[in-house]
Design a protein around this ligand. Structure first.
Ligand SMILES: [Zn+2]
Length: 302
């Protein structure tokens, strides 16, 4: 189950009032069943120094943050909690400048690196694949102009979008960057996004022909009218592009696009959740499962 999430600003302020409270909270997130010594399984431990506890039986010392996204941070957990709270409150997307201001960080670069770590934590590690009926299409982003596949793909990024839907209702989405529209590329990407046995709707692009053999019910939507053939996935793609343009002024480099796709996916899939506290706890849950990210592994800022 884990700890209760903060229901409003007041409860959040109370949580981050003390570093010890934040450590306790993170401990409950990391060990929802209670702490157990990784060496001997004993459940009682003493706090020995900040973020460390010592097993009451065998003396093994365990770090609260080792092996999580917070492993190497010099900053108090309190500040990370505030960063996550800020990010989950920004419906239109978070900016490094905004984060820098909220936390009073001295450097824009630090704020930028934090934000990119947090975007990673928006994706559930090993997240489940889409099921049911899934509409799929590819779209270009960036370069001279974005649009449907075709000529002049230089400098553009190709995004594969997958959207669950029942009748007219949209379900969850997945967005990934792909290298090209060859059959193998699409098949590999879809294998990570959509559960076999699901129905996949696409247009008539020949590269999708192998989906039946890959274990999907493949339905090609034919152009028999002037209507939009794939309205659900096209709606999601247009919302994504509007969000990229509006929030980030279109200034999204290809090398950073993955992070932005993750942030958009997180926000979209939780669009009906009105609880900021729930999102806050969700990001923390992901963060403790994420391997630490070294500075060098983040792409350089703009
Ligand atoms: Zn022990």
């Amino acid at each position: 189950m884990g700890p209760a999430y903060p229901r409003d600003q007041r409860e959040f302020d109370a949580l981050v009032a003390s570093e010890e409270a934040c450590q306790r909270y993170l401990s409950q997130i990391r060990w929802p069943e209670g702490f157990a010594c990784p060496a001997c399984g004993h459940r009682r431990a003493w706090a020995v120094r900040s973020r460390w506890q010592e097993c009451a039986r065998c003396g093994r010392q365990t770090s609260l943050t080792a092996g999580t996204m917070f492993q190497d941070t010099r900053y108090p957990l309190r500040m990370w909690f505030q960063a996550i709270w800020y990010v989950t409150g920004q419906k239109q997307g978070a900016s490094a400048l905004g984060l820098q201001r909220v936390l009073g960080l001295g450097s824009y670069h630090t704020a930028w690196a934090w934000l990119h770590r947090l975007r990673r934590a928006m994706v559930r590690p090993g997240r489940e694949r889409l099921t049911g009926t899934v509409q799929v299409d590819e779209s270009y982003w960036g370069g001279e102009r974005s649009g449907k596949r075709g000529r002049g793909a230089v400098g553009k990024s190709l995004i594969l979008a997958a959207v669950e839907h029942t009748d007219r209702r949209l379900g969850r989405i997945r967005l990934v960057r792909i290298a090209d529209t060859q059959a193998q590329t699409l098949a590999d990407a879809l294998a990570t996004l959509v559960e076999p046995g699901s129905s996949i709707e696409t247009d008539g692009l020949p590269s999708y022909r192998g989906l039946g053999a890959a274990g999907y019910h493949h339905q090609v939507i034919r152009a028999d009218s002037r209507d939009d053939l794939l309205p659900q996935v096209h709606l999601v793609v247009s919302l994504l592009k509007r969000w990229l343009l509006g929030t980030h002024q279109g200034g999204v480099q290809a090398s950073h696009l993955d992070y932005y796709l993750d942030e958009f996916t997180f926000r979209f899939n939780r669009r009906t959740s009105h609880s900021r506290g729930l999102l806050f706890r969700r990001v923390l849950e992901h963060a403790v499962q994420l391997a630490p990210v070294r500075e060098a592994d983040l792409h350089a800022p703009d």
